[in-house]
Unconditional design. Structure first.
Length: 430
C-alpha cells in the first residue's frame, strides 16, 4: 500500500553520460553536428552564427537582421514563404541574443528537403522589404514602450547597467526611439558582414538518416555562401562599476522589484559547477532557502529565485523577486541573512541530498530527447567551445560536493560587499 502522507525516500539517480554528437566538417568548412536520436519522424535544423548584438554598431540591428530574415527574398514574398512552410508542415524561428544569432526550422523528416531549400534561400538572400520593416518597427516599438513601464523590466535594466555599464554589450538595452534609426541598408549590411558559411555552425537533430545528413551537406555545405568571414569575437572592455545600491523611482508601483547579484565568470570556470549547486540551494528551485523564508515563512512574495546567467565572455549570479513595497527592506535583509548562513553554517545532509536529487533529475531531463540534447550541444557551442565533457563534469560535481565545499564557494563568491542591489519602488529603501 502507498502511504501518501509520507514522502518517498530521496536517492541519487543512476549514471549520467552525455553522448557527444557526430561532428562533420563539410567541404566549405562549415561544421555539421548531428544528434541522431528519437522514435518520431521529426527533425530540427539550427544554423548558429557569431552575429549577436555585441557585434552591432547600432542598437537593434542584429535582432532586426534575423527577425526579418524570412519576410521576403529575391524569389518569394513573406506570404509565399509562410505558405510554403505551412504546406510542408514545418515552422521556423529566427533571432539574436547578446553573443549569437540563430535560424531554426522544425520539419517532418520526410519533408526535410523542401524545408532546407527554403531555409537556404531565406538565409542567403533576404531582401528586408521596406513595408515589412516598417511594420516590424511599429509593432516592436509599441511593445517595447509597454515593456519599459514594468517595474521588473526597469530593475533588470538597472541591474545590468550597474554590472556592466550602459555602453557595454552585456549592459546595453534599446529604447523605443532606437527603432526609428533602423533602415533597410543597415540590415543588409549586417547580413553581409555576419551571415555566411564561414561564420556558421549547423546542428541537425531528430530521427535522421544518412540521406538527411547528405541533404544538409548538399544544401549548406557543398559551396561557400554569403560574404561573411570568420567572426571569432571582439574584445569587450571591462566595466569598473562602483555603484552597489541602485534605486529607480516608480511612483505608481504596486510592488517593489528587486535584483541582487554580482558579475562572475563563464561556464568554463572551474568553480562554475559548484557555484551552480550553491545557487540552487539558495534560490534555484521551489524548495530553496529563499522560497522557504521569503515566500512561505514571511509571505512577502509569490516567488523568488536565484539563477546563473552566462554569456560568452562573462556571467552573473542574479536573485530576483517582486514584493510588497512595505517589505522591501525586510526582503533585502533576509536575502543577506540567507547568504551569510550558507557562508557560516554547513548544509545538512538531508537538504544536500534533496538538492543533489533535484539537480540529477534536471540533468536527466535535459538529455530526454534529441531536441533537448541539441539544446545542450548549442549551449556548449555558445559558452564552452564544444567541451563535451562539461555535463559529465557537472554531474560529478553535483554528486561529490560537500557541505564544507559549499561554505568555501559561498565565502569566495558571495561576499555581501560585492553584491549589487537594484530596487524599483515608490521610495528609496537604501
Amino acid at each position: 500500500m502507498t502511504f501518501r502522507n509520507q514522502a518517498p525516500p530521496l536517492k541519487l539517480q543512476g549514471n549520467f553520460k552525455f553522448t557527444p554528437p557526430q561532428i562533420l566538417t563539410m567541404p566549405n568548412g562549415c561544421k555539421l553536428l548531428v544528434v541522431s536520436q528519437g522514435d518520431v519522424d521529426v527533425c530540427r535544423v539550427d544554423l548558429l552564427f557569431n552575429a549577436g548584438s555585441r557585434y552591432q554598431n547600432q542598437k537593434l540591428v542584429a535582432n532586426g537582421t534575423f527577425s526579418l530574415m524570412s519576410e521576403g527574398t529575391a524569389k518569394h514574398t513573406s506570404q509565399q514563404i509562410s505558405e510554403h512552410f505551412d504546406y510542408w508542415g514545418s515552422f521556423t524561428g529566427f533571432g539574436a541574443d547578446k553573443d549569437y544569432a540563430k535560424a531554426t526550422a522544425y520539419s517532418l523528416t520526410k519533408h526535410l528537403d523542401p524545408t532546407l531549400d527554403m531555409m537556404h534561400e531565406i538565409v542567403t538572400c533576404p531582401l528586408y522589404p521596406v513595408d515589412e520593416l516598417n511594420e516590424w518597427k511599429r509593432r516592436r516599438k509599441q511593445s517595447l514602450a509597454v515593456e519599459l513601464e514594468k517595474a521588473s523590466t526597469k530593475s533588470r535594466i538597472g541591474f545590468f547597467n550597474a554590472l556592466y555599464g550602459e555602453e557595454h554589450p552585456y549592459g546595453a538595452f534599446a529604447i523605443p526611439s532606437d527603432f526609428e534609426l533602423i533602415e533597410q541598408n543597415s540590415l543588409m549590411h549586417y547580413h553581409k558582414q555576419f551571415v555566411g558559411s564561414k561564420n556558421c555552425t549547423i546542428v541537425l537533430s531528430g530521427r535522421v538518416s544518412d540521406a538527411h545528413i547528405a541533404k544538409v551537406q548538399s544544401v549548406f555545405g557543398s559551396d561557400s555562401w554569403g560574404d561573411a568571414g570568420q567572426s571569432n569575437g571582439n574584445q569587450i572592455a571591462e566595466h569598473q562599476g562602483n555603484e552597489q545600491s541602485v534605486f529607480i523611482e516608480k511612483v505608481d508601483a504596486l510592488q517593489s522589484s528587486i535584483r541582487v547579484g554580482r558579475k562572475l565568470f563563464t561556464r568554463s570556470h572551474p568553480d562554475y559547477p559548484d557555484l551552480a549547486v550553491v545557487s540552487t540551494i539558495l534560490g534555484g528551485y521551489f524548495g530553496s532557502r529563499l522560497m522557504k523564508n521569503i515566500r512561505e515563512d514571511k509571505g512577502y512574495t509569490y516567488g523568488i529565485g536565484s539563477y546563473f546567467l552566462t554569456f560568452k565572455d562573462s556571467g552573473a549570479l542574479v536573485i530576483s523577486t517582486e514584493v510588497g513595497e512595505q517589505f522591501t527592506q525586510q526582503t533585502l535583509h533576509e536575502i543577506t541573512k540567507e547568504i551569510k548562513l550558507l557562508q557560516n553554517e554547513p548544509v545538512g545532509q538531508d537538504e544536500l541530498l534533496r538538492v543533489q536529487s533535484y539537480l540529477m533529475g534536471e540533468a536527466l531531463r535535459s538529455v530526454n530527447g534529441p531536441f533537448a540534447i541539441a539544446d545542450n550541444v548549442l549551449s556548449l557551442f555558445y559558452f564552452n567551445n564544444l567541451d563535451f565533457e562539461f555535463y559529465n563534469n557537472m554531474v560529478n560535481s553535483i554528486k561529490s560536493i560537500t557541505p564544507n565545499r559549499i561554505m568555501e564557494i559561498a565565502n569566495k563568491w558571495l561576499q555581501v560587499d560585492d553584491l549589487v542591489r537594484c530596487v524599483v519602488a515608490k521610495s528609496n529603501p537604501f
